[in-house]
Design a protein around this ligand. Structure first.
Ligand code: ADA
Length: 560
């Protein structure tokens, strides 16, 4: 399954799902001559008994068929973490970062059968600034769907939909990117529909090799807004016609919602109404699937979160699978989506590839997930060096990059620097990762009063404040009336005291528990990488989604 709705009627596309040929290769190796294994796509190779601890390079291979000579676009929704793509033995693309999609175009594929091979590398090598040994696991493999599309020389690349309230109704600004990969200038016309309203974007000449942006700004009468309580969605269907008219030559369908996010008076508003975010940080992780979470399990996660009374999920610490975001759109779950970086020191941020890899991730995240109404916040760089002047420059550049692409969502970053934070003035929302009663003995209420003061004095005055992480270890099944640290009882006590304190403070706009489910972490040395069971055990459910005692605690408080 690629998306939760049909993205094309005219364009032909196919998911390359199933078993691909698979073969591990040497670190400096290229495509093997022989493949001795089969591996599911999407999937993580750690799920195969021969590769459960394999970290390194491996090749995947499959075939695609075309009935006629055509241009093809191959889209990889997530390869963990570095990919080299080969088409009929020739290298055609490279990509870094497990958690964003990338596409590659084959301008002329002859009719017949073609080989597609992908060299995948999940090693923590010198070139990798973001995938490093960390408090989650970098799996190996083609972890999200792969799609092949037959595209005409001039095709619709992507759509941006920006809704805004206009009096008692809604208007939207729509940008459609049309790309000409041919060697002739082409005249094309764009037409579409949304909620029963026609959209005429006119004709344009698109020079060979270039992309044109078609634009419309219009009212949409009678539409219902998207919100947590009523997640109304509409299909935005755009068709591309050649200058001579006739049948459309290409199309693209997006699913959109009419909603506006604002931050005023220290609060976050959806469609003008103040909201309170209650929810979870969630890693895409399961013992039987790794990071390649199947759709059924995404639904299970959403059902569990909603059952507990949550309305928000933070995609800690990377952009999530589009199908999960589609599901959040459908269920009216608010999403804080963030780029991929966790706990990197200034030294790690000075890695020569750090800014380049972050910029790529930011661009892909925003472009690819622009139209999800559920995403109400973009964030960057969880717990990195925002307490240093050099770190601040990098935070500033990345926030500016995202703001230049999207002015319709507030920006934030999760900080653990307390009174040393230097970047609150750069964000729209101030967010704190504090672990009162777990990493320290502070009272949660007193600590967040203190945090409000730190924020106010450091450029965050008047901005909404989110408690973006709090929590405690609770080892599934470890129960003891003495309620010592690590028991389910103690975890439930800590969660309760935190939530009660935050609910009593009107200056708090959100509380996100660390974390929804336990997750596997990288094995190594030092306290972070030698956690008991090689997992972060602060989940309210365990890795198999079995509820701990704190499940009912959260449920009773989030439903208040
Ligand atoms: C941090 C971090 C999380 C996790 C958590 C913990 O705040 O953002 O990824 O590591 O701490 O469990 O300590």
């Amino acid at each position: 399954m690629i998306r939760l709705f049909q993205t094309n009627v005219v364009r032909k596309l196919k998911e390359l799902e199933g078993d691909w040929d698979f073969q591990p290769v040497e670190a400096d190796g290229t495509l093997p001559s022989e493949y001795r294994y089969r591996m599911p796509v999407p999937g993580c190779w750690e799920m195969h008994p021969r590769f459960d601890v394999y970290r390194g390079k491996a090749a995947y291979r499959t075939t695609v068929q075309t009935a006629k000579k055509t241009a093809l676009r191959l889209t990889f929704k997530g390869v963990s973490h570095t990919a080299e793509v080969y088409f009929d033995g020739e290298k055609i693309a490279e990509h870094y970062n497990a958690y964003t999609a990338f596409s590659v175009i084959v301008p002329e594929a002859d009719a017949g059968t073609h080989d597609v091979a992908v060299l995948v590398d999940n090693s923590f090598n010198d070139a990798s600034a973001l995938h490093v040994p960390n408090d989650y696991f970098t799996y190996g493999g083609i972890i999200r769907p792969v799609v092949v599309e037959e595209i005409p020389d001039t095709f619709i690349e992507r759509i941006e939909f920006i809704p805004s309230m206009a009096g008692s109704g809604w208007q939207a600004s729509i940008n459609v990117y049309v790309r000409n990969i041919g060697n002739k200038d082409t005249e094309a016309e764009l037409r579409g529909t949304l909620a029963g309203t026609s959209i005429h974007m006119g004709k344009r000449l698109i020079p060979a090799g270039q992309t044109a942006v078609f634009h419309a700004n219009q009212m949409f009468n009678g539409v219902n807004a998207w919100s947590n309580a009523a997640p109304n969605l509409y299909l935005l269907q755009m068709q591309l016609y050649s200058a001579s008219g006739g049948e459309p030559v290409d199309d693209l369908i997006e699913r959109v919602g009419f909603r506006e996010v604002t931050t005023h008076n220290g609060k976050i508003q959806i469609n003008g109404e103040d909201i309170m975010l209650k929810g979870f940080n969630r890693h895409e992780d399961h013992p039987l699937a790794g990071a390649a979470i199947p759709y059924q399990l995404m639904v299970k996660d959403v059902e569990l979160m909603v059952d507990m009374g949550a309305n928000t999920v933070r995609t800690s610490h990377y952009p999530n699978d589009e199908r999960f975001l589609d599901l959040c759109d459908e269920r009216g779950i608010y999403v804080w989506e963030e780029n991929h970086a966790r706990g990197l020191s200034l030294e790690q941020m000075k890695h020569p590839n750090f800014m380049k890899q972050c910029e790529g991730c930011n661009r892909e995240m925003v472009e690819q997930h622009y139209n999800h109404p559920s995403i109400i916040i973009w964030a960057i760089l969880n717990e990195c060096a925002s307490d240093t002047p050099e770190g601040r420059e990098m935070y500033k550049a990345q926030l500016e990059q995202i703001r230049s692409m999207d002015q319709s969502r507030p920006l934030t970053f999760a900080s653990h620097h307390r009174d040393k934070e230097l970047c609150f003035d750069l964000a729209d929302i101030v967010s704190f990762n504090l672990y009162p009663l777990w990493y320290g003995e502070e009272d949660p209420g007193e600590l967040c009063d203190q945090a409000r003061k730190w924020a106010d004095e450091a450029g965050g005055l008047g901005k909404p404040m989110i408690m973006s992480e709090f929590g405690a270890d609770g080892y599934y099944g470890l129960r003891d009336p003495a309620r010592f640290k690590g028991t389910e009882e103690r975890q439930a006590d800590i969660i309760r005291r935190n939530i009660v304190a935050y609910q009593a403070r009107p200056f708090i706009s959100g509380m996100l528990i660390w974390q929804f489910c336990d997750c596997k972490v990288t094995e190594g040395n030092g306290w972070l990488l030698s956690r008991a069971g090689t997992q972060n055990s602060k989940g309210i459910v365990d890795r198999y989604r079995r509820p701990k005692l704190s499940y009912d605690t959260v449920k009773s408080l989030f439903h208040l």
